[in-house]
Ligand binder design. Structure first.
Ligand code: AMP
Ligand code: MG
Length: 401
């Protein structure tokens, strides 16, 4: 059986960034730029006053000067400034030709409508003026390919005139829960039934991973029905199926996936919980293959497999990470804990603000309510471990939890 690391390597070998697409700037939030973006203008577009005050010739030493015009932000100066004259300027206004400094209004006193007395007559050249193109020059790169568009980048792109940008799209992820026993949250389960929790789990985990979920109707344990739903799901970049991948008589998912043209890359990983996980690929023209994960039906196994295998793959598809791998962190055990070993385990736990890991009580892969406090998965080695308070432990943080 593959180890977790071997399974990640295999997934990595089939996973590549999605092809770029062009979107309106406002739709780019949270996406990764696929190309460098250059500015189509100088910023500022003119020498710009950074204070309300008077645009002056810096070398002029006269204290009383004539005001030749007032320039607001948005105005265009009409008259050059010479010694003995000034222009009243507001913050953001273009500084007129000839002016080489701005004296703030606080250092002035109006004598009459067209005359001002300055109490500061020797400002250094350039004082309170932001030179044209000093923030960004026309043709200069404002954000490199690989940058995630956040509110700051969004603003810089708007200034640069990037009305349409080339981005890596959000991966589309189809979610297919399977099982004759499943009913929805709106229903009270009859005898033998349970509520579908994996559907909501995966749809929300996909959203938390900044990908776009597409929820398919629940699939009954019937090969033809499952094959049809899988085929629908293969319209997405990634298909997540849950349930039906272990060894039971109604575990028809691997068969349905194969029938729909998905090629198995691996089935089963030496992992607890999550051993029955299935992974395969479906070819697509002109792009990397679609990825298909058959996640185990037990809710906590599904959760663990999503965090370990699906989330890192989504990060690569979206251009966020260069490679499918786990970003493990290190914390300290808050108390004693023994793992007898067997398979490598990723056990739900809670890491607090001080980095202490609390391995609270939990009753295994079907105990979904028991993992509500979890915000991380602690890695416990296959050979087992006896943790003492303060011992180092590797863990995978669960974003959003
Ligand atoms: P299976 O692999 O289909 O046999 O499912 C393993 C266990 O997970 C069974 O107890 C199922 O009832 C349960 N299970 C499967 N799918 C779901 C689901 N969508 N939501 C909650 N539990 C599920
Ligand atoms: Mg089932």
């Amino acid at each position: 059986m593959l180890t977790v690391d071997q399974a990640l390597e295999l997934i990595a070998s089939h996973t590549a960034r999605l092809a770029a697409s062009r979107v309106r700037l406002r739709d780019a939030l949270g996406l990764v730029l696929a190309e460098d973006v250059v500015s189509d203008i100088d910023s500022p577009p003119h020498n710009k006053a950074m204070m309300d005050g008077f645009a002056v010739v810096a070398s002029d030493r006269a204290s009383t000067r004539t005001i030749v015009e007032s320039i607001m932000a948005g105005d265009v100066p009409r008259r050059p400034i010479r010694p003995g004259t000034v222009a009243r300027v507001m913050t953001g206004a273009p500084v007129p030709d000839g002016a080489t400094a701005v004296v703030p209004v606080e250092q002035s006193e109006l004598v009459d409508d067209t005359t001002v007395r300055l109490s500061w007559v020797d400002p250094p050249v350039g004082k309170h003026i932001l030179k044209q193109g000093s923030s960004v020059a026309v043709g200069q790169c404002v954000a490199k390919a690989g940058t995630t568009v956040n509110s700051i980048v969004m603003a810089a792109l708007a200034e640069a005139g990037a009305a349409v940008v080339s981005v890596v799209p959000r991966p589309a992820v189809a979610v297919l829960a399977t099982g004759n026993e499943l009913v929805s949250v709106d229903d009270r389960p009859a005898a033998g039934q349970i509520r579908n929790s994996n559907g909501p789990l995966l749809v929300s985990a996909v959203v938390e991973a900044n990908a776009a979920p597409v929820e398919l109707p629940v699939g009954r344990d019937d090969l033809a029905e499952l094959t049809g739903l899988v085929t629908q799901g293969l319209a997405a970049d990634v298909l997540l199926v849950t349930g039906g991948v272990s060894a039971g008589v109604k575990d028809l998912v691997p068969g349905a996936l194969t029938a729909a043209g998905v090629t198995q890359a691996f089935h089963k990983v030496a992992l607890k919980p999550g051993k029955p996980i299935w992974f395969g690929i479906a070819p697509r023209e002109g792009g990397p293959p679609r990825l298909v994960f058959g996640l185990p039906g037990n809710p906590v196994s599904s959760l663990v497999c999503f965090q370990l295998f699906v989330r890192p793959a989504l990060a690569v598809l979206a251009g966020v990470s260069p490679k499918v791998e786990l970003e493990l962190q290190t914390g300290k055990a808050a108390g004693e804990f023994e793992y007898r070993g067997g398979r490598e385990m990723f056990r739900p736990a809670r890491v607090d603000k001080e980095g202490r890991i609390h391995l609270f009580d939990w009753h295994g892969s079907a105990d979904l309510a028991g993992v509500v406090p979890a915000n991380c998965l602690v890695r416990l080695p296959s050979e087992g471990v006896k943790l003492q308070p303060g011992d180092s432990v590797a863990y995978l943080a669960i974003p959003g939890a």
